[in-house]
Structure formats: C-alpha cells, structure tokens
Write a protein that binds this ligand. Structure first.
Ligand SMILES: Cc1ncc(COP(=O)(O)O)c(C=O)c1O
Length: 348
C-alpha cells in the first residue's frame, strides 16, 4: 500500500528509534529533562524566537498560543478553513472563551485589508474585542499552499498598527520555508507565537512546540500544565525531535519534488490536477470530472494499492508525500491511480 493520506502517517526510522532509545531523560515537569531542554532551545532558535515549550501535539500548541494571547470574550480572526477554526473542536471557544470569526481566503490566505475591515469597534461597549489573528503556513485545507513573506509582512504590520496579536500555525512551517528558500526562523520571528509540529514532515511519532518571547513562554508553560500537557520523562519523545531537526529538515525538498512529479504525471494522464498548485508536499485531485464521489474514488484507489484522503472540498482528494514515500512509490502511484480511476476514458 502506498499511503499518501497524510504526512502524519510516517513511521520513525531505525536511526530515530536509536536516538529515542539512547535519550537521557528526567522529570520534564520539574524542567529536569535534559533532552526536552535541548529540544526547546534548539526549536526556539529554529523558529526565530526567544523560547519554546515542548507539548504533545500541534493542536495543544495552537490552543496554548490562543489562550495566552487573549482574554475570554475576545475575538479571534483566522481563515475560514484554517485548522484552528475547523479541526480543533472549537477549542478557542471552549478553552479560551473566544468568539471565532472566519475570514474568506484565497488558497488559505487573506489580506491586510480584510483584517482592517473586520476589526470591531470595542469602544461601542457592545462588541467583543478583536484581539488575535492566526495564519496557517503552509495552509492544510487549501492543499499545502504557502503564504509569501510580503503577504505575512502586510498582515503582521497591520496587526501591530491595530494592536492585535498574531499567531502562526506553522505546523508545516518547514514546508513553507523550503518552498520559499529561507529559514523557518525568517518566517517565525515575525509572530508573537509560532506552532511547529514534529509529527508531520519531520517524521517524529509525536510532539510539537509553541515558541515566543521568554515572557510569553512562562505563560505557555502554565497553560500547558492546565491543559494536562506537563509530562515526566518526555525526553524519550523529545529525542526524536532533536534527531529530526538534525536530519529531517533538508530532506523536505525531496517530498516537494515528489509531489510535483506526481501531480504532473496525474495531470498528463488526464486527471484533474493542477501541477502549478503543487507548491509543497500536497497534491489535490478533483474527482468531480470523473463523475464519481470521493468515497468511490478512494475505494477504487485503495483496491489498487494507493491511499488518498478526503479534504474539506466535496470533490477533492489529496495525496501527501512524506519520508515514507520513495521515488519508486511515486512512479507506481503515478501509474496506478489514473488506471484505477479510468482517467484514460476521461482523456478520450
Ligand atoms: C495546520 C495544522 N495545524 C495543526 C495541526 C494539529 O496537529 P495534531 O493533530 O498533531 O495536533 C494540524 C494537523 O493536521 C495541521 O494540519
């Protein structure tokens, strides 16, 4: 089976397992775990921030950031299909008491003018205080699309002018940085807080970081404990993160090249894929023109040995490359999927 459902399906490599087995550990809650401390300081530098806090998941990292940047009753602005709005069970409302407002986006991005015109006039005494803007780079539900630095700067400058806080859901910031040809720090340093996920392209079994100023990270550590995320000998998993920062960052470019090649092959075979939209490790495949549902397409593909997954878009499936996908896997998927879906007929 060629599993292209997500970059979260990776298995730790033998080398990563060795790093895990050899980890020196201590009580993380007491800040006595040297491996967690090492990962936190490495990740802070990697993200261009003063400090970072290790947590089990990117969802928790986002929710901690949202919590420490707002007060109950405040308003959060984010793109309407962003992970923090639609895939975290309403966490900002439940865990931080926020009003959540989705901004329409194009490929997951929105403009500074949209932020400006959405900010509410709190002086009226009736309205929630618009406090926080969150952006997602790369943007998952739009197909791993990338915010450019100028777009980020526009949003961040506007947020500063309007006295809004700004969070980056950089679960896939390494993919964004690779696509833009710059360091993750160059992107991350612009924000109040940044989330980094270790269990996506970086290939760890679990783990994430939230980063920001030293002062904000004191608050983040408290929120982590409140949310049940303070751990004990967590160096066992942090070791995978240290290993990934050393070994799995540069290889992300291979995932992007493979996704691009897969997209081009499927498009050439007559499937509805736009290779120009493959900016990182996601390929969007529209099965609408084939006259079948995504459920039927997924079933046919699985039978042929290729697994894709659904998206928020009713006719679109996605393929995501990751460290478990080789060039040979791409070649096979390039052949198997069009055949399973009857693309040649569509072509004719
Ligand atoms: C953009 C983005 N943010 C956050 C998350 C949350 O990650 P996790 O499910 O590991 O908590 C995901 C997971 O897919 C994601 O795509």
């Amino acid at each position: 089976m060629i599993d292209l459902r997500s970059d979260t399906v990776t298995q730790p490599t033998p080398e990563m397992r060795t790093a895990i087995a050899n980890a020196v550990v201590g009580d993380e809650q007491e800040r006595e775990d040297p491996t967690v401390l090492e990962l936190e300081s490495r990740a802070a530098a990697f993200l261009g921030q003063e400090a970072a806090v290790f947590v089990p998941t990117a969802t928790m990292a986002n929710q901690i950031a949202v919590r420490i940047l707002t007060r109950p009753g405040d308003e959060l602005l984010a793109e309407e299909n962003s992970h923090v709005l639609i895939n975290e069970q309403g966490g900002p409302a439940v865990l931080s008491g926020l009003v959540m407002r989705g901004l329409p986006g194009l490929h997951g991005r929105f403009g500074a003018e949209q932020v400006r015109s959405s900010v509410r006039d709190w002086r009226s005494g009736h309205m929630p205080i618009t406090r926080l803007v969150a952006i997602e780079n790369t943007h998952n539900s739009s197909g791993g699309r990338v915010w450019r630095l100028e777009e980020i700067d526009d949003i961040v400058e506007t947020c500063r002018e309007l006295e809004l806080r700004v969070h980056l859901d950089g679960a896939r910031i390494v993919n964004a940085a690779t696509a833009l040809g710059m360091s993750a720090a160059e992107i991350g340093r612009r924000f109040d807080t940044v989330t980094l996920c270790l269990s996506k392209g970086l290939g760890c079994p679990l783990g994430a970081l939230v980063a920001g100023s030293a002062e904000l990270m004191v608050a983040a550590r408290r929120a982590k404990h409140l949310f049940g995320g303070a751990m004990r000998q967590a160096g066992i998993v942090a070791a995978a993160g240290v290993y990934a920062l050393d070994h799995n960052v540069d290889r992300i470019a291979d995932d992007h090249a493979r996704a691009r090649r897969l997209g081009e092959a499927w498009a050439a075979a007559g499937l509805a894929v736009d290779p120009e939209q493959v900016e990182t490790n996601f390929v969007f495949l529209d099965v609408g023109p084939l006259g079948i549902t995504t459920a039927e397409a997924s079933a046919r593909l699985a039978e042929a040995g290729v697994r894709l997954s659904d998206t928020v878009h009713p006719t679109i499936l996605r393929a995501v490359t990751h460290l478990g996908i080789s060039d040979e896997d791409v070649d096979r998927a390039a052949e198997l999927a069009p055949r399973a879906l009857g693309a040649a007929r569509v072509h004719a």
